[in-house]
Every structure is written in structure tokens, then in C-alpha cells.
Design a protein around this ligand. Sequence first.
Ligand SMILES: NC(=O)c1ccc[n+]([C@@H]2O[C@H](COP(=O)([O-])OP(=O)(O)OC[C@H]3O[C@@H](n4cnc5c(N)ncnc54)[C@H](O)[C@@H]3O)[C@@H](O)[C@H]2O)c1
Length: 324
Amino acid sequence: MIYEPKNHFRLGVLAGISDHVDQFLTQIEKYLDQSVLPCCSGSRSPCLTLDLQHAAAGIRTHTQLHMPQQEKRAAAHFDFTGQNVLVTGAGRGVGEEIARMFHRSGARVAVSDVAVEWATQVANALDASGVTAMPLALDVRRKEDFENARDRIAQIWGRTDIVINNAGYAKRTPTQEITPDEFDDIVAINMRSVFFSCQVFSEHMRANGQGRIINVTSLAGQNGGTVASAHYAAAKAGATMLSKYFAQQLAGTGVSVNAISPGPIATAKGRLSDDQIARIEKMVPVGRFCEASEIAAAAALLASDQGGFFMGATLDLNGGLLMR
Ligand SMILES: NC(=O)c1ccc[n+]([C@@H]2O[C@H](COP(=O)([O-])OP(=O)(O)OC[C@H]3O[C@@H](n4cnc5c(N)ncnc54)[C@H](O)[C@@H]3O)[C@@H](O)[C@H]2O)c1
């Protein structure tokens, strides 16, 4: 049966009906002498529209929820106006995309990276005047860099509301060739960083009575990784556990800690051969890499007011590589 707008009669139901939707549908069912299947409903609906589709075999019906324009926009685009966000590793890749998303959504963004020249480029592109975006030199291996970032943001913008621990580094080294120094460095960038960031910012946020910490981990930290090395996979697993640990400590204080666990991201394509890209695309059930914007969207949800019930969660963005 083809959906043809001309075959539909639209019955507008005014605001305030939401509490009586069931009653209303029952009346319609009696009138039509067949059941009405809502394809979308919601108790907070300010306006419900019922479409009646006529067809040779009889009348099939469905309902649609129509939100006012303003609500539609809010659903598609979270509003972070007045919030101050720190993103690590924001000089390029996923971090840059997350910084752009928050800035676009009204936040002031501290764009940090160990490569401060990259952070500066991104921050200037967002706001060259420096009023709503600032670059920060932040090496996530150094606890004092997190403390400096917290103090600098407090000095300029008042407080930090949202921290995205995105910086990470994967080195693909055969297991037998990993040295103690390399192991320690990978753990420092991918896991110890999360601990010290959470340590520094959770106290700051707890004192403010609100805050969101989001850690970008990896599928490698859940399944050992298909392409990642042992130290990276172990460090990301540790970062996932730290997200839960801090979430337990902070639950009820207004501060949440969660993780996003991506599978292969398109930002990695530049570092892979065509053969490797094709192999990964074949391996991922949805047949493609994750886009950086999809990770930014997950970060927006976790950071939003509507995401306040996520606590110690790991959002899997892996295209079906790991279902649990
Ligand atoms: N690319 C992938 O396929 C993939 C898959 C799963 C998870 N991840 C994770 O997603 C996050 C973002 O990945 P990406 O693809 O954008 O990486 P990327 O390499 O493109 O960018 C990482 C950024 O982090 C910065 N950085 C590196 N070491 C740092 C340090 N010590 N201190 C501060 N900044 C540092 C880099 O300068 C760079 O700007 C990382 O945590 C990564 O481990 C990536």
C-alpha cells in the first residue's frame, strides 16, 4: 500500500489532549470498527495528528506526533549556551569535530591539544576574537596540565561544565616488540590521563553542583581489538572502568561520567592503505567507518540535560561489530 498524502484525512487534536489520547483512540477505533496503531506517541505531545489512510482493502490508520518547530530543533540540536567545555586532543580528528559541535551549539570551548599549534588553528577558526573559543596547551600525560586548564578556564569563563577526554594514541606494535617505555607511554596517554582528568575536574564540578565528563574509549578496550595492540586495548579497557568508577563516586552530586566506545572511525582512514580500509569496511556489519560527527552527536546527548540519567554508561558506536 502506497502512502499518498491525498489519501489522508488529517484530524488535528489540540494541545492538552495528551492525557486523553488513549480515550480518543478508543473512540476512533469504535468509529472505524478496527484498531488504530500509533506509530509514534508521547505523553508530552502538545499536538497529535491522526492520519487516516484509505485503501481498497479497507481503512488503515496511523498517528503521527507533530511537535512545534522549536521542539523539533531542540531534539535535533542540543543547546549548550552558557556552558564551558574542555575538549582534549581537539587539534584534529574526533576532538576537533566535538569542539566544533559544542561551539555550534552555543558553548564556549577550550580547544586543547599537545600540539598547541593545531589547537590554535581550530580555536581561531571557531572564534578568532577568543571570546567563545580558546586554545590550550594540554598534554594529557601531565596532571598539572589538567590543573592549569581548570584554573585558566575558571579565570576567563568562571567554571568548567563539560570535559571531553578525547585525546588518545594508538601505536600498532607487535606484542613481542612492545618495550616498557612504550607500554607506559600508551597507558599514560589513553588511561592515566582519564584518571587525572576525572580526579581534577570531578572535584571542581562537585563543588559547582553540576558537570559532565565524557571519556572516548575504544572497541579495542572491550574486545581486545581487531587491529589495536595489547597496550592500547588494555589502556582503553582501563579508561572504560575508570568511567564507571568515577560515576559511582559522583552519582547524586549533579556530575555524571560516561564513556563513548567507537569502532573504526573515518579519521583513521588517512593512516590506512586502501586494502586495509576495504578490509575494515567489509568487517563492520554496517559496512562503513564511524563518522566523527556521530561521536560528537553521542557526546552531545551525554552532555545534555536530557542525558542526565546516563551514569557510568558506555555508548557503543561500532556499527554492529560488538553487540551486548
Ligand atoms: N581513529 C579510530 O579508528 C579510533 C577508534 C576507536 C577509538 N578511537 C579513539 O578516539 C579518540 C580520537 O581519535 P582520532 O581518530 O581523532 O585521533 P587523531 O590521532 O586523529 O587525533 C588525536 C588528537 O589527540 C592529540 N594527542 C595525542 N597525544 C596527546 C597527548 N599526550 N596530549 C594531548 N593531546 C594528544 C593529537 O595531537 C591529536 O590532535 C582517541 O581517544 C582514540 O583512541 C579512535
